[in-house]
Design a protein around this ligand. Structure first.
Ligand SMILES: [Zn+2]
Length: 435
């Protein structure tokens, strides 16, 4: 079957190229022709799609998402799985936002569960794994109810069966409980960077109470000292195991030569910078725009890139829920410095903004141009994670026809999505699968 998409502007995904007034032919599941006129004469295609001058981009590869499989949820904590109906809803959200490949970061999922999930969506569903011994031990100890006998696997086996790499790790080192404690005790809001300073000082062996107290005096929150010390102490064992689990994961990633996706926040920064020295291009610093002030994020990202690692930003929730992101100052600073390789949605409490929405904003703010923006969600991802989307990620003859059509005037408006040459979203609506 031949499909012709005519009257299109093609953004190829290489970060540079836009082919204006073109059309594109698909035979079966492959792109077979990129035609340098908008209205090819006497074409005999079975199926015609009028792109109406809009942008055709490669299908979006969302390389970091949660709650998109029927396996245990949450990164590292192994909460019970969501029901299938809910997972399908999540997958449909991503599909209608233009994604054609999605990577699960809930790392205890099995490949059988990935297989069952694939039956729920036309998207290519991929997974990372956290089946390293200490992550399993941590999940057993935490006992949140998501783990079954079948989840006791090894990362080596998961990789052999098709998992892409190790991730997401480092989420267990989140220290957002410290600002909550300080606010409860003193009414003062401290940042996550300040919390990281306190955490590192109090976790040090021997603990560096002077640094912690100096910071607390400066911020007028010394009355919270005992409470914070107690909390850090209580969580000390847990944190120690979490740190060791990350070190082990970094070592295994290096041995297997697979990507390591690591939570990049102020309290994990030092570890990331430590691991990236050995792992280089195998390390992905996830959501590098989260929990940092702009300048600190820039410094961390610059160090990651200098060592050869990859910098991801996540979309945040500024355009919707605004529970995590009050602005995009850090995202824009990173983009402006040319430090961002990739963008993903992550989960953000379940109300992430779509990738095209944030790219539209970044282009409007002139920190990046359209072709660079599209590459962050397409071509770049296939360079960073080699097997994430085989034979996809750019619009070139011979590639699989995973394509997303974005409104030229407003690229957050996803008009049409094709996967393997078939229309799966038509004028913004998901096409029900034929039975
Ligand atoms: Zn995540």
């Amino acid at each position: 079957m031949r499909t012709l998409i005519f009257n299109a502007n093609i953004v190829t995904g290489d970060g540079e190229t836009i082919l204006e007034n073109h059309s594109l032919a698909i035979e079966g599941e492959l792109i077979t022709g990129i035609i340098n006129i908008p209205y090819p004469n006497y074409d005999v295609a079975d199926h015609m799609i009028n792109a109406k001058g809009d942008f055709i981009i490669p299908g979006i590869i969302n390389h970091h998402a949660h709650s998109v499989t029927i396996g245990p949820t949450s990164a590292g904590e192994a909460e019970p799985p969501l029901p299938k109906s809910r997972v399908r809803w999540e997958l449909n959200q991503h599909l209608s936002e233009g994604s054609t490949t999605i990577v699960n970061m809930d790392g205890f999922t099995t490949m059988e569960e990935v297989g069952e999930t694939r039956a729920l969506t036309p998207m290519l569903v991929q997974t990372m794994s956290t089946h390293t011994p200490l992550h399993l031990e941590y999940a057993r100890w935490l006992n949140r109810g998501g783990m079954r006998e079948k989840h006791w696997l090894t990362t080596e086996d998961m990789i052999k069966q098709g998992a892409l790499g190790i991730g997401e790790v480092g989420g267990l080192l989140d220290i957002s409980y410290i600002p909550v404690e300080v606010q409860n005790k003193t009414g003062v809001q401290i940042s996550l960077e300040e919390a990281a300073v306190l955490w590192e000082a109090l976790m040090a062996q021997p603990s560096d109470e002077k640094t912690a107290l100096d910071l607390m005096m400066k911020r007028g929150i010394s009355s919270a000292m005992e409470g914070v010390k107690e909390l850090v102490g209580q969580s000390g064992q847990r944190m120690k195991l979490a740190v060791e689990a990350c070190c082990e994961a970094a070592r295994v990633a290096g041995e297997l030569g697979v990507p390591l996706a690591m939570h990049n926040i102020p309290s994990t920064k030092n570890q990331i910078l430590d691991y990236v020295r050995d792992l280089k291009g195998l390390l992905i610093a996830c959501h590098s725009n989260y929990a940092y002030k702009p300048q600190e994020a820039v410094e961390a990202a610059r160090a990651v890139k200098k060592a050869g690692g990859w910098v991801d930003v996540h979309t945040g929730d500024f355009f919707r829920a605004r529970q995590f992101f009050r602005n995009h100052a850090t995202t824009l600073a990173l983009l402006d410095e040319g430090l961002v390789d990739m963008i993903s949605t992550d989960y953000i409490g379940g109300y992430w903004d779509s990738i095209p929405r944030v790219l539209e904003y970044a282009v409007d703010q002139k920190v990046i141009n359209l072709t660079q923006a599209i590459a962050l969600a397409t071509g770049n991802v296939t360079r960073a994670i080699p097997n994430v989307a085989p034979n996809r990620g750019q619009i070139i003859e011979g590639k699989i026809a995973d394509l997303t059509v974005l409104n030229k005037g407003r690229i957050s408006d996803v008009r049409t999505v094709l996967i393997s040459g078939k229309v799966v979203v038509d004028e913004g609506r998901i096409v029900p699968p034929r039975t």
